[in-house]
Design a protein around this ligand. Sequence first.
Ligand SMILES: [Zn+2]
Length: 332
Amino acid sequence: MYDFTRRSFVISAAAAGAAFGLKGPIEFFSSAAHAQGSNPIGAPQALVDQGFAKFKVGSIEVTQVYDGHWEKAHDEKFIRNATLDETKAALKKANLTDAFVPIPFTITVVRIGGRTIMFDSSTGGQLAPTAGRLVAKNLAAAGIQPSDISAIVVTHYHADHIWGLMAKETNAQLYPNAEIIVPEAEHKHWSAPELVEKVPEGARGNVRRIQSTISTWKNVKPAAAGTEVTAGVRSIATHGHTPGHTSYVVSSGSDTLIVGGDVTNIQSLNLANPGWHLVFDGNPTMAEEGRRKLYDQAVADKSIITGYHWGLPGAGTLQKDGNGYALVPVAV
Ligand SMILES: [Zn+2]
């Protein structure tokens, strides 16, 4: 059963900007466009109901935990180089609703070498109204306790990836005993005191929040790109979405899993159309270059790769499909 209520939900321009680093206002809404009991993200309902998907990549045990989704209202400026009609057509082609853009949040947790490592941390229930399920119930439903997690590896500092590290009202650490591994370039960018004044008004909330939490926490370890950030996990610079956005390769023997993060947004838009420049990408040209490079490699290597906004399961192999890529989901 669902543990959330469907209701109208509009947040202020400032809060939206804080969440996603955007310059302009975004309206969040939850519509009754889809019936209770269905899900708009195109995922198998049984997986959404249980709240997680488990699969193995060789000896790597992977659990993907579903945090919920955001029903992003359409906005002419959402994709810089595609029209609203093209956006809606791409959603329809993937058998998704075109009433809004359904953006799921799925967190990847791996177990290798006897350790449990989580990539990113969810919304913490502090963003879209149907998100927050990781903390509320789905992590536990997947058999994982917060105290089991020895390291949290962060792809970038957008709110939907890091606010789950901190309590809503107090900013208290939710994983005080885990090592929090962050991309060095990303950490440096967001921790710079002068950034507050440099970003638009609406984006200052997230900057201030980062600087009063992650920038000061003792268990945060900035790690350079192209290094082994913790046993079995190597970082790959996929900068562009944010200045220090980073993906990771998890290895156990010859088995590898790529944790892509936000190299793309939802696959029906941004994987099918890797040349589309979503407003979430701070440097869209660099983001596109990194996207094509990582995905061409994943196709060539037949790697299993995850995407934070790819739904449930949010992982699979990639195939070339016209000018873009198609995800062949893992069996769960
Ligand atoms: Zn994201």
